[in-house]
Ligand binder design. Structure first.
Ligand code: BGC
Length: 763
């Protein structure tokens, strides 16, 4: 014991002196880590790899209920953080906390390190996925799918910066975001957490978000550690159910699912969370090839890998690859997972005990343990966590500021996508009377979705004060006399699954008669993960019925979709006069909708996914041409409701003069592409110019077209701009059957805004 105390004092003195030097070089950091690791006992090292949920530390009353506001129980803290040496805490009790509650929690969890009782500080993680959604008064942006629909990387970066700032204001250094999974299974309950179906769009937007979170990588007091989620293939469950098996070929893995993560590693993302599901028969958490060989060795990822919720345990209890817990832990750590989100008690104690046994009997090599601890400490250093007294008392005056809220509203404005506008029904005339209706019209929860104040985001008690539902925003604009309301149908959960029912349809019809337009808000009940599993992609029936009742009134109907995934609405598309995809636009989504519907602002969002028309036919925009045989409808499988990249606005944008500076390139060569766009409309607009490339012939069936570049640009009424892109030989490569990225000689088309030009690659 004496030796232990002396060693601790020595190391802590060393740490303090190091901490004073804020410009530690990475070499310096590695030396410091060496010093710490050399002094740590195996038990302390094991503790560093253990992550517990905040509930474990919270005080409860005599009935076992959590005390409100959240209080840390010092005894529980002592056992977990000091006796077991746990290295990380995550989450929120069960709902949004005030800044002062976070302040108390952070002061307590950092206290063991502050008072020299532990070698290393805690790293605290949270799912601040569309803003720091667990802090009262924070700025809530659209969910990631909406950010993707803006096609505006600058805005995505600003979202990242604001979220990082407000997360740090809450005393938290680590954000479990962004989700970099590619949305190729629209049934999946977490589609809204993704950046859409395309690897290029998602990589570009994901990189921008990480840039916002981490800044230049030095993680200043306004930045956080990003966490790439969920490596890899989680978003493609064959059954559509969360955490069920995916089958992904090597080619798909490399061309579709890897690029977002690889780009994020290149951007310097410092942590990764592992796919809870199974790919090609291998649970994500034991996939040594993906975690160690690809991510760490080939791509050079220097941060650490955290498991997802209880996933070590699930290797034994659910996936059945480990006959007992010790084997499960051994398999996961040896595969390359560095930290286990255990996260409950007493499971974390069992974890620490069994992992220690596995280290002592050699099942987990000492080197592997040291590597895991090294990675965790490296990130803690990078986050500035070793600097004592550095965060709690810092002031963040811009937390929840008007400037931040305006940015969230701008993101909503730029994401919301106009899908149909027959006879220019929109913008609506402000002097006409409107009926607002539909199950998603009268509560803020439908604008935010899950991960908002609570995990499922379905409890309106915690809604942000002062933020408006669609009904409230329209009533604020028009006055209650000119904006009637009748819900018409409701959404609820029955036996664990979403369901819907018509409500007072007589009231609906009566008020429709009194109105000039009907705005019908449809969509989904907030949910995610397993609770968000659905049995069909069809929109719950009562909503279809309500739309048909609305059409029978003869009044013009505008549908507003507030949904986490693209639900099938084919039976009600034709008769709708207008259709708006709102996604989950966040706390300021309703304000944005009003501005767009009345033409104060122009639409500029475009779909980040293919909107399916049929439940049984799910295709993506980059399908091979074998899908479109052009021999009549019975041969055309690709028949989506709307294409990837589609979105209307109030101005006609004319595309002309597609030019290539040369029509032939060779290896290491590139072509300059230019296109002229003109805003023919009366309203100023923002246009997303998308460049696609088609390979005419290749030795492996090529994609019909692939997005290779895009830019979003402001275009005033009457304005003309020339947009330039560069196409290089690298853009023409595909992943072959021998594990190589290759390009082949041949003809390629460049397609922009309905125009097309060809060029040759000569190798
Ligand atoms: C989710 C993760 C999340 C974690 C912590 C898990 O259930 O899959 O995305 O980061 O919980 O809340």
């Amino acid at each position: 014991m004496l030796t232990r105390i002396c060693i601790s004092v020595f190391v802590l003195l060393t740490l303090n002196s190091y901490a004073q030097d804020s410009k530690n070089s990475s070499e310096n950091i590695e030396n410091q880590i060496d010093a710490i690791i050399s002094q740590m006992s195996p038990k302390e090292k094991v503790g560093q790899t253990c992550q517990i949920t905040l509930d474990v530390l919270l005080a409860r009353d005599s009935s076992g209920a959590l005390i409100e506001p959240a209080q840390i129980d010092p005894k529980k803290l002592q056992i977990a953080l000091v006796d077991y040496g746990v290295g990380s805490v995550l989450n929120v009790g069960w709902h949004t906390l005030r800044l002062e509650d976070w302040d108390h929690i952070m002061e307590m969890v950092h206290q063991p390190f502050e008072s020299n009782k532990t070698f290393a500080p805690i790293i605290y993680g949270i799912d601040a996925i569309h803003g720091i959604n667990y802090t009262v008064g924070a700025t809530l942006f659209p969910q990631e799918i909406g950010l993707a629909a803006t096609w505006n990387p600058k805005l995505a970066m600003e979202f990242g910066e604001i979220t990082a700032y407000e997360t740090r204001a809450s005393g938290i250094h680590w954000n479990f975001s962004p989700v970099l999974d590619i949305a190729r299974q629209p049934l999946w309950s977490r589609t809204f957490e993704t950046l859409g179906e395309d690897a290029y769009l998602a990589s570009t937007m994901g990189k921008a978000i990480i840039c916002g979170y981490q800044g230049d990588g030095s993680i200043s007091p306004t930045h956080v550690i990003a966490c790439m989620k969920h490596f890899v293939g989680y978003s493609a469950p064959e059954s559509g159910r969360d955490r069920t098996p995916a089958w992904i070929t090597d080619k798909q893995m490399n061309e579709i699912y890897f690029p977002t993560f690889k780009t994020a590693v290149e951007q310097g993302a410092l942590s990764v969370m592992i796919n809870s599901g199974i790919v090609n028969g291998v649970p994500g958490h034991i996939n040594h090839h993906l975690l160690t060989e690809v991510l760490k060795e080939e791509w050079g990822f220097e941060g650490f890998a955290v498991s997802d919720w209880e996933d070590f345990i699930m290797l034994h209890t659910i996936h059945k690859v480990a006959p007992d817990m010790k084997t499960a832990i051994t398999m996961a750590i040896n595969a390359g997972v560095d930290m286990s989100m255990v996260p409950n008690a007493p499971d974390y104690k069992t974890y620490c005990k069994l992992m220690l046994e596995a280290v002592e009997d050699g099942s987990i090599p000492q080197d592997r343990l040291d590597d895991a601890v090294r990675r965790i400490l490296r990130v803690k250093f990078r986050a500035g966590l070793f600097e004592k007294n550095q965060n709690q008392l810092k002031k963040y005056p811009n937390f929840g500021s008007q400037e931040f809220k305006n940015k969230a509203e701008q993101a909503a404005l730029e994401s919301i996508t106009l899908l149909k506008n027959d006879s220019n029904i929109l913008p609506l005339s402000p002097t006409k009377k409107v009926l607002i209706s539909g199950p998603t019209s009268d509560n803020l929860i439908f604008l935010n979705g899950a991960w908002t104040h609570t995990w499922q985001g379905d409890n309106p008690t915690f809604n942000t004060e002062g933020c408006l539902s669609v009904k409230e925003a329209f009533q604020e604009r028009l006055g209650k006399d000119n904006c009637l309301f009748s819900q018409g149908a409701k959404l609820f959960v029955e036996n664990g699954f979403e369901t819907s029912a018509l409500t007072d349809t007589a009231d609906f019809k009566k008020k429709a008669e009194q109105s000039d337009y009907i705005i019908l808000c449809l969509g989904e009940f907030p949910s995610t993960e397993k609770p968000g599993d659905i049995k069909s992609l069809n929109l719950p029936q009562a909503q279809i019925d309500l739309a048909k009742i609305a059409y029978r009134t003869g009044k013009p109907v505008v549908l507003i979709l507030l949904e986490g995934r693209p639900r099938i609405i084919r039976p009600i598309v034709e008769q709708a006069n207008g259709i708006i995809q709102g996604y989950l636009p966040g706390d300021y989504g309703a304000n944005a909708l009003v501005k767009l519907v009345y033409g104060d602002e122009n639409f500029s969002g475009k779909l980040p996914y293919t909107y399916p028309k049929y439940d049984g036919v799910l295709e993506f925009y980059d399908h091979p041409r074998s899908v479109d045989r052009s021999k009549g409808p019975e041969f055309d499988a690709y028949d989506p409701q709307w294409d990837f990249g589609f979105g209307l606005n109030y101005s006609e944008i004319e595309y002309s003069d597609l030019k290539l500076d040369q029509t032939e390139i060779s290896d290491n060569d590139s072509i300059m592409v230019s296109i002229t766009i003109k805003n023919m409309g009366e309203m100023d607009a923002k246009e997303i110019v998308q460049m696609y490339i088609s390979d005419h012939y290749a030795s492996l069936t090529p994609a019909g077209k692939q997005l290779k570049a895009f830019t979003k640009t402001a275009l005033d009424s009457g304005e003309t701009k020339v947009i330039n892109f560069v196409v290089s030989e690298e853009d023409l490569r595909f992943y072959d059957n021998h594990g190589e990225w290759i390009s082949e000689s041949g003809t390629f088309s460049i397609k922009i805004g309905g125009l097309e030009k060809t060029f040759e690659l000569k190798k």
